[in-house]
Design a protein around this ligand. Structure first.
Ligand code: MG
Ligand code: ZN
Length: 205
């Protein structure tokens, strides 16, 4: 998955990707497979990221668990179905991390303030513990400023998309794109050289 034999190994750039309103259309607490609808062009955008050497990690707040609307087993099944559909269209998501908590939840096992509900950095830390990631070459893509982990320093591009919640404050973003595929186009245009090679300016045109 890291390229042809002999390709450089070591820390890889990652895209930390939001789910609702970014990868899939915004719905009110989706709990059924058919409620998770990838935005147009999502699979192709995932494929371009993978081909460019990025790990793609889905990081998502799922307070529906704390609200008693679905359990973690059901959430896992939803994600397996979604990833399967994307993969059949050539789109790779390397891993999924979710926060099931909410302080005002009704499922008591999940109803507390946690360190992993975005913008808290718990999911990011978990992802970086499991994967060998070069944060400085990584990017955040989401439809809310909290998806950009504004408190985390040393990261690469932060991109907001307009396909989800109405954007009011875009000050945390390096770029605002119409949707996830456009965000990927912008990101890849910033680094025409493959992420695995030393960065030199490839912008000559
Ligand atoms: Mg979202
Ligand atoms: Zn949490």
């Amino acid at each position: 998955m890291t390229g042809p034999a002999g390709a450089p190994t070591g820390p890889r750039p990652a895209v930390f990707l939001d789910r609702d309103g970014t990868l899939v259309e915004e719905r009110h607490y989706p709990v059924r497979e058919q409620d998770l609808v990838p935005v147009p062009g999502a699979a192709g955008a995932l494929r371009r990221l993978h081909q460019a050497g990025y790990l793609v990690l889905l990081l998502t707040n799922q307070s529906a668990v704390a609200r008693g609307m679905l359990d973690e087993e059901r959430l896992g099944a939803l994600h397996a179905d979604l990833l399967g559909r994307l993969a059949s269209d050539g789109g790779v998501i390397d891993d999924v991390f979710y926060c099931p908590h909410h302080p005002e939840g009704t499922a008591l096992a999940y109803a507390f303030p946690c360190d992993c509900r975005k913008p808290a950095p718990g999911l990011l830390h978990r992802a970086m513990a499991r994967h060998d990631i070069d944060l400085s070459r990584s990017a955040f893509i989401g439809d809310s400023p909290r998806d950009l982990f504004p408190g985390v320093e040393g990261a690469g591009a932060r991109i907001l998309v307009r396909s989800g919640h109405p954007l009011e404050d875009v000050s945390a973003a390096d770029q605002v794109a119409p949707d996830f595929p456009a965000a990927v186009d912008w990101l890849l245009a910033q680094s025409r050289t493959p992420p695995d090679t030393p960065a030199t300016s490839a912008q000559g045109t």
